[in-house]
Write a protein that binds this ligand. Sequence first.
Ligand code: C2E
Ligand code: MG
Ligand code: MG
Ligand code: MG
Length: 280
Amino acid sequence: HAKAAGRGCAHRFSPALDQQARRRATIERCLRTALATGEGLEVHYQPVVDGSGAFVRSMEALVRWTQPELGALAPAEFVPIAEETGLIVPLGEWVLERAARMMAQWPGIPIAVNVSPIQIRTAGIVERVFEIVDSVGLPRDQLHIEITETAIFDGGDGAAEKLRRLRAAGVKIVLDDFGTGYSSLSHLQRLEVDRVKIDQSFVGGLGAGGDSRRIVEAVLCIGRTLGIAVTAEGVESETQRCILRDSGCTEFQGYFFSEPLPEAAMRAYLSQARVSARAA
Ligand code: C2E
Ligand code: MG
Ligand code: MG
Ligand code: MG
């Protein structure tokens, strides 16, 4: 029976997988179009603040994409597709240029841009970063680059050297989602990162019992010991803010303080905000 004979590879033709593959193909095609025209692409900006919430320390650029037929897509869906298709290279450059141009108007406030391991692997990435920030007039030391621990492994042989060259030019290297990857303490030293961001899964667990608090305290302690700044991300409540502050955390990011803001709202926010003298 044909149906029975084909059962072994039935998964290859399952309607769910087929639908998933079609959605991926649609997203890839639409993203290509969006990159060609810039249509539907935006950068939102989320403030990083001090413990009081009164002083802004930096801003993180986060890509947003709304496609006429597909609607608003989450970065968690389209960034991985962009990575697999190589589209993350032009997309990442678009975000960097856009965010750098915007933040060049706010001297002294660092702008953190997420950079994918695929971009790190690209030949000439260091020169491209310099070219883009220089062309829009953003001082190199106003740029923070957020990488994940995976970037160190997936960024190719020269990854560490590339990060070192960026850093030598004043660019700060931030280890994003700290604690979720191949966390190795030696990376912090060897790769000479300037800052780590405690992953929001640990922050989210604060006040709920469990080990989150001890993990967060340990990361803050490592930061103090090695002279590496520590940012808590995903701070959503007063309880979390208090626990973090009591543990010595000085940099906070999360919905409790502000959601990521569209450009115009970011400008309004910054025109009211005070900049921390300690911001680095
Ligand atoms: P990420 O770099 O760790 O960014 C933080 C994410 O947490 C953002 O999600 C942000 O909107 C969200 N967030 C901020 N505060 C809170 C909070 O209090 N609670 C919760 N639950 N979430 C909060 P978003 O914008 O959806 O981005 C998801 C991920 O996609 C980012 O994680 C980053 O890995 C990637 N991504 C975003 N923009 C870019 C980009 O321009 N380039 C690259 N390569 N990756 C990007
Ligand atoms: Mg990030
Ligand atoms: Mg993160
Ligand atoms: Mg993340």
